[in-house]
Every structure is written in structure tokens, then in C-alpha cells.
Design a binder for this molecule. Structure first.
Ligand code: UDP
Ligand code: MG
Length: 320
């Protein structure tokens, strides 16, 4: 049975947030209910290992337009967002975190810009980065300036808190890659955009789920997906070393011919070390691209859904 299209879909990825998820969802839903006549909440449980799914069944009992998907394992926030976007049917889709670090108080302005000004993408930009540890803040500043230089997309301060018109979501669905970077992909799509800046409040409870390695992986994936300039660096390394080789070659031959060769042990060792490490770095860069091509070519599903939960009016049904 085809259901009527809601005005707004709210997509929320969740991972191990049992303590506060019901409360957060209630706050978000209260806000959205006061703004639009019809909406749907789509919560993606990204393979939580605590009681998050049980809490979602509680939330589904309270709400009339709620659905939840449980991914078969932890696929990461990026893929949880994919799952949400692929299932969202609203005329506009709002993507937000479950820890209230994306304040529901911004929803009225986001929806107004979409409804009244016809903006197709409304993105919330972080004014400060909340109480983030200094290493994370510095790492992220470095990453965004590198990404900007390499890809031309300025994502400094960008967050995943966005409203996308269904047209943009349709266009997004046409992007076939498995290695998704939501912020970059929405920037790539273009469309009529507006920005709202906001202060990131503290997390409701618990800790950020990102580990250093997780963030590093995201950064490398994003750069590989949005720029091929690192590959050109490999050629550049080659060129620089070729010029060095010609110069040193001429000097070595000259010394040989004039009979004053032999010395130069330090130079040989240094050259060996430098050339060796540049080759390793270059292989590493090429390897990242090959790994990414391999991942795309395998063509595996981006994520797997193991459970679904739906509340329609008063009835709550759980399907395996
Ligand atoms: N999240 C997720 N899968 C993960 C990690 C996080 O779905 O593997 C969700 C998490 O529940 C939250 C959002 O992504 O709703 C943002 O995560 P977090 O607050 O840990 O990140 P930060 O605010 O530090 O960017
Ligand atoms: Mg957070």
C-alpha cells in the first residue's frame, strides 16, 4: 500500500545511545510536530550493542510516524546516513545527530528557508566546535584545509545537520559510490543552498563514538574520493628525484673521471633512506586509490538491514 508522502522526513543515525535516545527523540519530535502537518522520523540503529534497539521500540510506541532500521552490524555513521536517505520519502529530508548536538531549535528556521525562500539545501555550519579536545580540533582544521586545497570544496565548519529537498535526495541517490562522504557529496551536488551558523552544544550524555583511527580513515577516504591530486604528487616526487639523479650523476661521473671518487658515504646512505621512503609513500598513495577502486568494483551492498520497526497511527509492528 502506497502511503501518503509526508512533508518532512527526519533521519537520525544512532549508535550505542540507550541512555538518552528516547528523550532526544521526544525533543526532536515535539519540535517538528509543532512545525509541519505531516512528518516521519527514521532512526537508523547502526548495529548498536547496548539496549538502543529496545529503547527504539519504546519510542515507536509513543509516536505515530516513526520507523527504525537496524543495520546488521556497525557500518559507521556515513552508511547509516545512506540507509536513512534511501528510505526517506518526505518532500524534504532533515538529517541530524541523536545526541542533541544538532539543536532542534534550528528546525523552524531551516524549514522556513526551504518553504519560503525555496532553498533546496539548508546546511548548519558549526561556529565553534563545542568542547572538543584540542587534538581533535587541530586534526579537523588540518583535514579541512587539506581537503579544500585538494578538492576545491571548502567544508570548514561543515556538519551533517542539513535539510535537503527531495529533489536533492533523488540526485544524491544517483551517486553510486560505496565509499560515501555525506558532507562532500552534498557540496558536490550544488543546488540552491543556504547556511545557518550554530554553536555546538555539549553532548547530552556519553562520549563521542569516533576514535582517532576512525577519523583518520574517514579523512583518507574523503580525500581519495574527492581528489586525485595526491596521485600527481607521486609523479612530482619522481620528477624531483630524476632532476636530483641527473645532477648527482654528472657530479659522480666527473669525480670518477678526475680520479677523486670514493668519499661520499653519508650522501649514499641519506639518498638511500630518502629515496626509499619517498617510494614507500608513493606506493601508499597509489595503494589507497587501488583499495578504493577495489571496494567500488566488488559492488557489495553498502549496508545490510537486519530488523525494521514501524509505528503507523496506534499500531506498532515489528518485522524481522
Ligand atoms: N553514530 C553512528 N554510527 C557510528 C558512530 C556514530 O550512527 O559508528 C551516530 C551517533 O549515534 C550520533 C551521530 O552519529 O547520533 C554523531 O556521533 P558522535 O556524537 O559520536 O560524533 P560527533 O558529535 O563527535 O561528531
Ligand atoms: Mg555528537
Amino acid at each position: 500500500m502506497e502511503r501518503t508522502q509526508p512533508e518532512i522526513s527526519v533521519v537520525i543515525p544512532v549508535y550505542n545511545e540507550e541512555k538518552h535516545i528516547v528523550n532526544s527523540l521526544r525533543k526532536i519530535e515535539e519540535e517538528i510536530r509543532s512545525l509541519v502537518s505531516s512528518y516521519e522520523m527514521i532512526v537508523i540503529d547502526d548495529g548498536s550493542r547496548d539496549g538502543t534497539w529496545e529503547q527504539l521500540t519504546v519510542a515507536a510506541r509513543r509516536s505515530s510516524s516513526f520507523s527504525a532500521l537496524k543495520l546488521s552490524r556497525n557500518f559507521g555513521k556515513e552508511l547509516a546516513l545512506c540507509a536513512g536517505l534511501e528510505h526517506a520519502r518526505g518532500r524534504a529530508v532533515i538529517i541530524m545527530d541523536s545526541d542533541l548536538q544538532h539543536p532542534p531549535a534550528l528546525l523552524p528556521e531551516m524549514i522556513r528557508m526551504w518553504r519560503e525562500e525555496g532553498k533546496e539545501v539548508v546546511e548548519c555550519v558549526k561556529e565553534n566546535r563545542g568542547k572538543e579536545p584540542i587534538d581533535k580540533a587541530m586534526g579537523s582544521a588540518l583535514f579541512y584545509s587539506l581537503l579544500n586545497r585538494l578538492s576545491g570544496f571548502d567544508l570548514q565548519g561543515a556538519s551533517d545537520f542539513k535539510l535537503l529537498d527531495q529533489r536533492v535526495v533523488q540526485a544524491w541517490r544517483e551517486m553510486p559510490e560505496r565509499n560515501t562522504f555525506f558532507r562532500g557529496m552534498t557540496a558536490w551536488l550544488g543546488f540552491d543552498r543556504a547556511q545557518i551558523s550554530f554553536e555546538v552544544p555539549e553532548r547530552t550524555d556519553g562520549k563521542s563514538q569516533w576514535s582517532f583511527l576512525g577519523l583518520l580513515k574517514l579523512a583518507v577516504n574523503a580525500i581519495v574520493a574527492f581528489s586525485s591530486i595526491p596521485l600527481r604528487f607521486v609523479s612530482l616526487f619522481g620528477l624531483i628525484f630524476f632532476i636530483g639523479a641527473v645532477l648527482l650523476g654528472v657530479q659522480t661521473l666527473y669525480l670518477k673521471l678526475t680520479g677523486s671518487a670514493v668519499t661520499g658515504f653519508t650522501t649514499v646512505i641519506l639518498l638511500l633512506l630518502i629515496v626509499g621512503s619517498v617510494i614507500m609513500i608513493s606506493l601508499g598513495i597509489i595503494g589507497e586509490y587501488i583499495a578504493s577502486i577495489y571496494n567500488e568494483v566488488k559492488g557489495r551492498p553498502r549496508y545490510l538491514v537486519s530488523r525494521r520497526l514501524e509505528s503507523q497511527a496506534a499500531s506498532t509492528a515489528e518485522r524481522q
